[in-house]
Write a protein that binds this ligand. Structure first.
Ligand code: PHB
Length: 394
């Protein structure tokens, strides 16, 4: 295969990589996208489904034709249950915003279709991806295509939107980067089930037995989670045992009951916070999970990846169309400001809602006090609503 020349080589065809490719295309900037996963693998990866209003606006970009507003559901709040007592947060009255429930795999399907309509190359199922010369103005990406051909892409810039285990981040020299990491002493047990929604909005529940989240996917499929020890084996949990545990964690004097149905997927999700700084080196820029991972409690993962793209796309466009490389120099600093706000919110939600088997009784009661201070004050509720719906652009 001949060497491909492009403006921006994008490693990773998840929502961040494809959103970026689309915004660049709309501004007349060319890109080539590669991913080691197949289209169907990405389309069937279940991830959080809550979109901030700003992310929904990005999906409104010309030519994306996302189904978020037709197939997605607007949610005007969440319910935080504390030992069985419901505390609804109403986002429009608190902060004048809403969020949208629209699964991440549907966003990918929309963006992949939009990309295909541009006829610009996207290579799924590649192997042996490597990159180099990122310290120069002619960096490259190489891979083997699904057909076994040698793919060589020569670009002006490379963007690593290749997730937490991709090859891009490792290219930033060790002496130029710093890793910030926090491990939590629990995991989430996640299920997908065939049942109607149990409530109009998502329920985040703190109980003596631990945290539970009652989320949704559609009118007929629901997503629910409960906190477990990290070494939990999904196979050890029967359907009955799962439903008894989930129900016990949301039960309260209001008699609330979950709507149950066949469980079609069970997974144990790791739980950690990581930030890698800086998010740029030479001609390489990182976006999304390749630079940061958040615990799922705040539903910030995809929203942060889109926020990175909303800073990176205009900077790349300015660099390419006005020969203004300076536009890119502030990317990492601008993006990481929001990343740390999201890390703080995800950490705070996690700590306020989970029980930590190793913590002392003081900490358990203190965190309950923190949660009550927030929920019983309009300022606290407004703070939570602002964090959850997303901060205005810096
Ligand atoms: C999900 O639907 O998977 C989900 C929703 C909200 C969260 C985390 C996960 O905070």
């Amino acid at each position: 295969m001949p060497e491909l020349q492009t403006d921006v080589a994008i490693v990773g065809a998840g929502p961040a990589g494809l959103m970026l490719a689309h915004l660049l295309h709309n501004a007349g900037i060319d890109s080539v996208v590669v991913d080691n996963r197949s289209h169907d693998d990405i389309a069937h990866t279940h991830r959080a489904g809550i979109l901030e209003a700003g992310s929904v606006r990005m999906l409104g970009a010309d030519g994306v034709d996302s189904r978020v507003l037709t197939a997605g559901h607007r949610h005007d709040g969440i319910d935080i249950r504390v030992d069985g007592i419901s505390h609804p947060l109403d986002f429009p009255s608190l902060v004048g915003e809403s969020v949208w429930l629209y699964p991440q795999n549907e966003i990918f399907v929309d963006l992949a279709a939009a990309r295909a309509r541009t006829s610009r190359p996207t290579f799924f199922s590649v192997t042996d991806t490597s990159l180099g010369d990122i310290g120069t103005e002619r960096p490259w990406v190489r891979a083997t295509t699904a057909d076994g051909d040698d793919l060589r892409i020569s670009a002006r810039y490379v963007v690593g939107a290749d997730g937490s285990r991709g090859p891009c981040r490792a290219m930033i020299p060790a002496e130029r980067k710093e890793k910030f990491f926090h491990e939590y002493p629990f995991a989430w047990f996640g299920i997908l089930c065939e049942a109607p929604p149990s409530h109009e909005v998502l329920i985040y529940s703190r109980s003596e037995r631990g945290f539970a989240l009652i989320s949704q996917r559609s009118d007929t499929v629901q997503r629910m989670y409960f906190q477990t020890p990290p070494d939990t084996e999904a196979a050890d949990w029967s359907e009955d045992r799962i439903w008894t545990e989930l129900q016990a964690r949301v039960a309260g004097p209001d008699g609330f009951e979950l709507k149950t149905g066949p469980i079609i997927d069970k997974t144990v999700l790791p739980f950690r916070s990581a930030v890698h700084e800086p998010m740029q080196h030479g001609s390489l820029f990182l976006a999304g999970d390749s630079a940061h991972t958040v615990p799922p409690t705040g539903a910030k993962g995809l929203n942060l990846a889109f926020a990175d793209v909303s800073v990176l796309a205009p900077a790349l466009i300015s660099a390419m169309t006005h020969d203004n490389a300076e536009a890119l120099s502030g990317y990492s600093q601008a993006a990481t400001r929001r990343v740390w706000k999201a890390q703080n919110f995800s950490y705070q939600m996690t700590r306020m809602l989970h029980t930590d088997p190793d913590q002392d009784a003081f900490e358990t009661r203190r965190s309950l006090g923190e949660l009550r201070s927030m929920l019983e004050s309009v300022h606290g509720r407004r703070y939570l609503a602002e964090c959850y719906t997303g901060w205005p652009d810096d």
